[in-house]
Design a protein around this ligand. Structure first.
Ligand SMILES: *[C@@H]1O[C@H](CO)[C@@H](O)[C@H](O)[C@H]1NC(C)=O
Ligand SMILES: *[C@@H]1O[C@H](CO)[C@@H](O)[C@H](O)[C@H]1NC(C)=O
Ligand SMILES: *[C@@H]1O[C@H](CO)[C@@H](O)[C@H](O)[C@H]1NC(C)=O
Ligand SMILES: *[C@@H]1O[C@H](CO)[C@@H](O)[C@H](O)[C@H]1NC(C)=O
Ligand SMILES: *[C@@H]1O[C@H](CO)[C@@H](O)[C@H](O)[C@H]1NC(C)=O
Ligand SMILES: *[C@@H]1O[C@H](CO)[C@@H](O)[C@H](O)[C@H]1NC(C)=O
Ligand SMILES: *[C@@H]1O[C@H](CO)[C@@H](O)[C@H](O)[C@H]1NC(C)=O
Ligand SMILES: *[C@@H]1O[C@H](CO)[C@@H](O)[C@H](O)[C@H]1NC(C)=O
Ligand SMILES: [Zn+2]
Length: 496
């Protein structure tokens, strides 16, 4: 019994560890954008704080949630570049420094994972280019509207409709597709020429709602940078990336000032995140398939940095040629893909998958470097990881944590919205740590403490055994040590 109390107190120490950060802003320290292209609206903070809390949804509803993605925002950009607006946002909220994403570390797979909580093999959006042999259909970023590719899962903006909420999606991949026959209540068709400010204007209006109909409970907003610059200039070009990230940060400033102007800031939950990182490529790091194999021997589905192909004849021979093709490329037959990639159990995975090492690109022939920066590589690489920052009534203030998984974002959002999550691959266990008013357990620390205590107990037990060798064998005192109460803690059942 005493032991249990001892363990329990250790666990609670572990759970509160890291909550306190000296010098972080308090409740009244709402961020105000320090620089942005819309300086005219930055003076409205006093009016919004005196106005009553807007309730765009019925009073019983939780606060609305806005999910924003800045495509290709590599985790370490936060350390390498000065982004005052983003910093203000997470200083008043939370920062997850590194968000581990899903394989392939491409835009569509990861945006779909964020809003479904599923690995690519389970939501079916496997890559930027796909082929389905049964239907003879192909998918590409230019031709992405067929619901067939999306229907294996249901994004949160569709799921929340079942709770009788209205939702919005502004150019998030899949926004303009009738997934399982439904779109969000409001959406913008994809058009890369529409500015961030324009997209934001629509999102803000939808969140606010009108006299007749309440605002949306969930909105998703997508922006193409810093991905575009990362591909074009390479992430190692600090001049180009500083400029791109300054623009991204200005957009964060614009976001906060627009939400403030609409009287939403501080009343809604805002999550700012990304789909993947970026790594530097080079003309010195090209892998040419034509050097290893006649192009007539396979049909190419997707190319770089993860190649998907279908052998046209003699699959074993084709595989063995590719297997020894290049030291910086690993060839897998579908059935041998590592479990940890969660990239096997779907008919959209082609018979042979080639994965390039970080910074290497697979091409068919020639010496032309397709892009100076790319992503798509193994999702254990830190350069492929994104970040997450959040602020609002549901989040802690001034809290920082080292990592989380991107599949955990979906159960987190469902929890904040009170929407029952569909079966998924995420968990609230880790995500709970960034929520306000939630106890959370630092799994690694608790595991360490438990192991340490058990080792100590074993040592003590052995010592006792040595000291009293003749004593009759009774029950070993600590054999029954179990954490039975795990079962009745107040965690919600986690699906998947
Ligand atoms: C598959 O589609 C392609 C064009 O998308 C077409 O050329 C080909 O004939 C089709 N194959 C079958 C078996 O229908
Ligand atoms: C949604 O609204 C419909 C019709 O008003 C009602 O039958 C249903 O129970 C509601 N669902 C939820 C989850 O509130
Ligand atoms: C979509 O609606 C059509 C008819 O409107 C129906 O035939 C089809 O089964 C629906 N598809 C899904 C995925 O619900
Ligand atoms: C995309 O947006 C631009 C700028 O708003 C507009 O001029 C153009 O017509 C739009 N394209 C389509 C296809 O809607
Ligand atoms: C988005 O906002 C613009 C400018 O206010 C407006 O003209 C347009 O109709 C809005 N789009 C949608 C789909 O509501
Ligand atoms: C970096 O990008 C800038 C454009 O912002 C370009 O002018 C410059 O040549 C690039 N530097 C390198 C080393 O590629
Ligand atoms: C590859 O294609 C060439 C030309 O079509 C053919 O001669 C050769 O046998 C094929 N090799 C394999 C391994 O299929
Ligand atoms: C991911 O979740 C889906 C849906 O619950 C499930 O079918 C699949 O087995 C899960 N994948 C893993 C690796 O647990
Ligand atoms: Zn992307």
């Amino acid at each position: 019994m005493l032991l249990r109390i001892f363990l329990a107190s250790l666990v609670s120490v572990a759970a509160t560890n890291g909550q306190q950060e000296p010098g972080t802003p308090t409740t009244n320290g709402l961020p105000s954008p320090s620089s942005s292209s819309s300086s005219s609206s930055s003076s409205s903070s006093s009016s919004s704080s005196s106005s009553p809390s807007p309730s765009p949804s019925p009073s019983s509803s939780p606060p609305p949630l806005l999910l924003v993605s800045f495509d290709g925002f590599r985790a370490d950009y936060l350390q390498r570049y000065h982004m005052p607006n983003l910093e203000l946002l997470y200083r008043g909220g939370v920062l997850v420094e590194e968000l581990t994403n899903v394989f392939t570390t491409k835009t569509f797979p990861n945006h779909y994972s964020l809003v479904t909580g599923l690995y690519a093999e389970s939501h079916g959006m496997m890559a930027s280019k796909m082929y389905d042999a049964e239907t003879n259909k192909t998918f590409s970023l230019m031709d992405d509207k067929d619901p067939f590719w999306w229907n294996e899962a249901e994004p949160l903006w569709v799921r929340a409709l079942d709770s009788n909420y209205s939702t919005a999606a502004a150019m998030w991949p899949g926004s303009d597709v009738a997934i399982r026959n439904r779109t969000a209540t409001h959406f913008l068709p994809y058009n890369s020429s529409v500015t961030f400010a324009e997209r934001l204007g629509n999102i803000s209006a939808w969140l606010k709602g009108s006299e007749q109909d309440g605002g949306v409970i969930f909105a998703a907003l997508y922006w193409e940078e810093p991905d575009r610059s990362g591909h074009m200039f390479g992430p190692d070009n600090t001049t180009a990336m500083a400029k791109a990230l300054k623009e991204v940060d200005d957009n964060v400033g614009l976001l906060v000032s627009e939400l403030r102007r609409a009287g939403l800031w501080g009343h809604i939950n805002v999550v700012v995140t990304s789909d993947h990182g970026m790594t530097q490529c080079s003309a010195q790091r090209l892998i040419r398939l034509d050097d290893c194999l006649d192009p007539h021997n396979y049909t190419l589905v997707d190319l770089a940095p993860v190649t998907a192909l279908i052998p046209t004849q003699d699959p074993e021979k084709v595989f063995s040629l590719l297997d020894k093709c290049h030291p910086h490329m690993t060839a897998y037959q579908k059935k041998a893909l590592p479990e940890r990639l969660h990239y096997r159990n779907n008919r959209r995975v082609q018979p042979i998958i080639l994965i390039a090492d970080e910074g290497w690109l697979i091409i068919q022939q020639g010496d032309k470097l397709p892009t100076l920066g790319n992503h798509g590589y193994d999702n254990t690489l830190p350069s492929m990881h994104a970040f997450l920052a959040a602020s609002g009534p549901g989040f802690r203030q001034g809290y920082r944590t080292a990592g989380m998984k991107s599949v955990d974002v979906y159960p987190l959002m469902c929890h904040l919205l009170g929407v029952p999550p569909a079966p998924n691959n995420g968990s609230l266990a880790q995500a709970r740590c960034i929520l306000s008013g939630e106890g959370c357990v630092d799994v690694a620390l608790v595991a360490g403490v438990v192991v340490g205590v058990l080792l100590l107990l074993t040592a003590v037990t052995c010592l006792f055994g040595l000291m009293k060798p003749r004593r009759a064998r009774g029950p070993v005192p600590f054999q029954r040590l179990q954490l039975e109460e795990e079962d009745d803690d107040d965690d919600e059942p986690l699906l998947g």
